[in-house]
Ligand binder design. Structure first.
Ligand code: FE2
Ligand code: FE2
Length: 481
């Protein structure tokens, strides 16, 4: 079997030799109708019959792994694709460092591995559910297509995790695979597993913030799992990361184009004071302070996904060789962390202080720090756009203690700079920190669909280049009546 090229003949495209693996093939084929039902019920509403110019993975060759073509989303080829096997791969960290990577689940780590795969798997369909109504208000066909691309790939990521569950976890795995189709984002009785995936994505600025901030958490988790000593998990997540890069591109350029449009219109109208919100909104664009409040919300919700700063689960997963650090293979230390320390921001006597903590227990914190650094770089690029138009405004990431529900700072209220506030002060000030209902209503008032090829809604600039080098007026989605 050719690992680089994908077998497209059967119901499920794959490069894992599914035809020869009758047990897993049967399990996946049994799961397939439920998945398609889920897609019809919870996938993009109103566009199932439209032809969408999508990329589909046809290979795992980094030089050319995708092809672009028009496809109806329910007919998308959701496949199972693993990155090529690394010859003689060794477990890169933890107590088993240097041993041969596992091709089967080690019995002692079975429960831990299953849990990690299920949590990752649960986020994939969740975001599709969160975004299912956005198509109706897309600011352009280009953006509509990007939304759907992200959606079908999140669907494929669910397939990726379900394959691991069904191949390696027997009856329990099949049960988990079923449950992944049963939970629903935001449902009171059967919610998705993680908080940020039960929030609404009510408008396109939220969507772009979500793909910038929350998909980037996904990327960090996948990076940590790509280091795993359990080789099938490593290979699966490595390929998912190639797709994930586009999701973050959608987020960063999406927010960037909103900022570009606002800044350009302000300049044209001669508005120099970014806090003159009414004047800016009259131009039909989103004012910068509101963009900042949206950023504050999505950043803080996403930080919660990293879990507790001090975590025995994270320590155990690392020690076991199951979940590594961001770019573990590029780090220069003993990769066991039994003696080292790592600085962690903690709440001590009501104050936020930095404390040296055993490195093994601080792995969530460390991954979060790597994440925050990437976010900060992106925000820096957004600020360049504002600066280019000569407007005196700077977007900032809030302090990590701001608006937290999980971890050290969930017990306190903090402002954007990390000053601890009394509850009464918080109540008074939070309207300045987080989107208000008036902000939401204003953004909603702008969410009118623009479905003419090459046209864009008033509040967002056009992209610099098309997808797959297509010209500006390309019809990315042929909307079915
Ligand atoms: Fe994903
Ligand atoms: Fe994603």
């Amino acid at each position: 079997m050719n690992i680089v090229n994908v077998d497209y003949d059967g119901l499920i495209p794959n490069n894992v030799g599914l035809n020869a693996d009758t047990r897993v093939k049967a399990a996946l084929e049994k799961w397939h109708p439920g998945y398609v039902n889920w897609w019809h019920d919870m996938g993009p509403e109103g566009f199932q019959q439209s032809l969408v110019y999508l990329r589909t993975a046809v290979s795992v060759d980094p030089k050319g792994w995708a092809k672009f073509d028009y496809v109806k989303m329910p007919d998308y080829k959701w496949g199972i694709l693993l990155a090529p096997e690394v010859e003689d791969r060794r477990i890169p960290f933890g107590a088993h460092r240097g041993e041969k990577a596992w091709q089967e689940v080690p019995g002692e780590y079975r429960a831990m591995l299953r849990r990690l795969i299920v949590i990752q798997g649960d986020t994939e369909p969740a975001s599709v559910e969160q975004q299912r109504y956005l198509g109706k208000t897309a600011p352009s066909l280009y953006d509509l297509r990007n939304l759907f691309q992200v959606n079908v790939e999140e669907g494929r990521h669910l397939w990726a995790m379900v394959y691991l569950l069904q191949k390696y976890f027997g009856a329990e795995g099949r049960e988990e695979a079923e449950e992944l189709l049963q939970r629903r984002s935001g449902d009171a009785d059967t919610p998705r597993m993680l908080g940020a995936f039960n929030e609404e994505t009510p408008d396109w600025l939220s969507f772009f913030m979500f793909t910038f901030f929350t998909d980037r958490d996904g990327k960090m988790q996948l990076e940590a799992l790509a280091q795993s000593g359990f080789d099938p998990l490593s290979r699966t997540t490595r390929f998912m990361l190639t797709e994930e890069a586009h999701h973050m591109f959608v987020g960063e350029t999406g927010v960037g184009r909103v900022i570009e449009r606002t800044s350009a219109e302000m300049k044209k109208a001669g508005i120099t004071d970014p806090s003159d919100i009414d004047a800016v909104r009259r131009l039909g664009v989103i004012d910068l302070p509101t963009i900042q409040r949206k950023l504050n919300l999505h950043f803080s919700l996403t930080l919660d996904l990293f879990g507790n700063e001090i975590s025995t689960n994270a320590a155990n997963a690392f020690h076991a060789g199951i979940k590594g650090r961001f770019r573990e293979d590029k780090l220069d230390d003993d990769h066991r962390l039994e003696n080292g320390t790592y600085p962690v921001l903690r709440l001590v006597g009501g104050k936020i202080v930095k404390e040296e903590t055993p490195a093994l227990s601080a792995l969530n914190m460390r991954l979060r720090d790597d994440y925050v650094a990437e976010c900060a770089a992106g925000v820096g690029r957004w600020n360049k756009i504002i600066e280019k138009h000569g407007i005196a405004f700077e977007l900032k990431l809030p302090h990590v203690a701001f608006h937290r529900q999980i971890g050290e700072f969930s017990k306190i209220k903090a402002d954007l700079d990390g000053n601890v506030l009394l509850d009464a002060e918080w109540e008074k000030k939070k309207g300045a920190y987080l989107p208000s209902s008036a902000d939401r209503a204003f953004i909603e008032s702008l969410m009118k669909p623009e479905f003419r090829p090459g046209k864009f809604a008033s509040w967002i600039a056009s992209p610099k280049t098309g997808i797959d080098n297509k010209p500006g007026d390309f019809e990315y989605v042929k909307i079915a009546e």
